[in-house]
Design a protein around this ligand. Sequence first.
Ligand code: BG6
Length: 519
Amino acid sequence: MTHSTVEQPVANPLMAGLEGSRDVPPCTLVIFGATGDLTKHKLIGAVYNLAVDGLLPDHFAVVGAGRREKSDEQFAKEMREALDEHSRRQPVDDSVWKRLAQNLHYHQGDYDDKESFAKLRDRLEKIDEEAGTHSNHLFYLATPPSVFPQVAKLLSEAGMISPVSDDSRWTRVVFEKPFGHDLESAQKLDETVHSVLDESQIYRIDHYLGKETVQNIMVFRLGNGFFEPLWNSRYVDNVQITVAESVGVEGRTSYYDQSGVVRDMVQSHILQLLTLLAMEPPSTLSADGVRDEKVKVLRALRPYETDDVRRWTVRGQYDAGWIGGAQVPGYCELDGVEDNSTTPTYVALRAHIDNWRWAGTPFYIRVGKRMTRRLTEVAITFKAPPLALFGHAGVSHTGPNVLGIKIQPDEGIYLAFSAKAPGMKMHLDSVRMDFHYATSFGVSSPEAYERLILDAFSGDATLFARTDEVDLSWRWIDQLLGCWDSDVRVPLARYAAGTEGPAEAAQMLRRDGREWRSL
Ligand code: BG6
């Protein structure tokens, strides 16, 4: 499939969000948690690749803040090593790196140490003067969530949060996920954060929203005329959202064992995907225009009742197995996990959106670790035509029409439909039309963090979760987990690593006369 570039109409001010220009003002990025994995694996690579693309402002600086003692030089050396290992573009361009490294600093301090925050403020003032970054600061909290409240408070106490009324400079704070552990803790965190920041200064990141293919869900639905008329329960039989991972949770067990798959993936990434798929077309693409519609979907999500959870949910945990020819241990065999841990690493759900558009169309969700392969995909299965004209004897059964949105790893969209197989007989076969990002556009997609950091620099919060989104998603999740807790009869299903998940999940769909798409 080839492509041509479609001219977009001149952006009007209401469409500042997704279509606005990428004018990034001079600014300093301050990363808390600068010695952690996220910085090394994703954040520094995002900054570097933005620099390669010429998307950073001329006046720009990065300050890494962490608890460990190290010099600016040592930090720069570690960041360069991280780039050599993890940047999507290799080899690293020395001239781009040198420019970036000139304004790369390290600040050592504890996250609860007032004095360290005062020193950071003084240092930022100096950097602003030297680098010409106009006192515009983006603080990125890539730390354990437990320190979010104190960092926010100390930033405020040290005078590092500028009032929104001050037009001459801005402060924004990016919060990594998870934002809370349940509704109560999320609300408490939100309260603390709102006591020092305005909502317009808060950027709750969900990296799924930065993925090209996830953004394309909106473009595919709303930038084309052909599918939107069919995008409802009259024509759609069911929607399946699959996020299968082959990786386990090695090295992250202390976090994961407290969270499990529902808090780790469903509350954030899955519900974001679901809202983009199900929302009404917004009247503008502004941050609030889009988020208002997403919130309506979350409000319409049917809460689980104790009776439903037995029929409509399956929780599972992986045992030892084989993936890609290698033997992998079971979840409970991992260091840091108790032998009898009941933390789910897999979940299958049947969800309902009780609104005009979606009443009667189930949304099936399946997410798991250590599955047979990595695959994130949405499959929209359409209802059969009203009359089975070709359903007489001797005609093969070809299956329903399916629109597949492949989010990763092989990014693209496919359409499966029936066609007449060549020959004298009326023989129908299932065929596919495929669009692949890689072949159609011939360029590699930017990483999610590149897009999201750039959006935060330019003050565009469209692809960040708003406070009411977080609140409503936790309400729904708490309800589900509450039902599980109160109902010992939802057993923890087992599945071997390297498989498609527990048999109970397949049974759940079979009861509805449907099947999961094969992985
Ligand atoms: C993270 C979860 O948010 O997303 C991880 O904490 C998960 O458990 C990861 O592996 C998946 O992200 P991606 O981009 O690899 O699909």
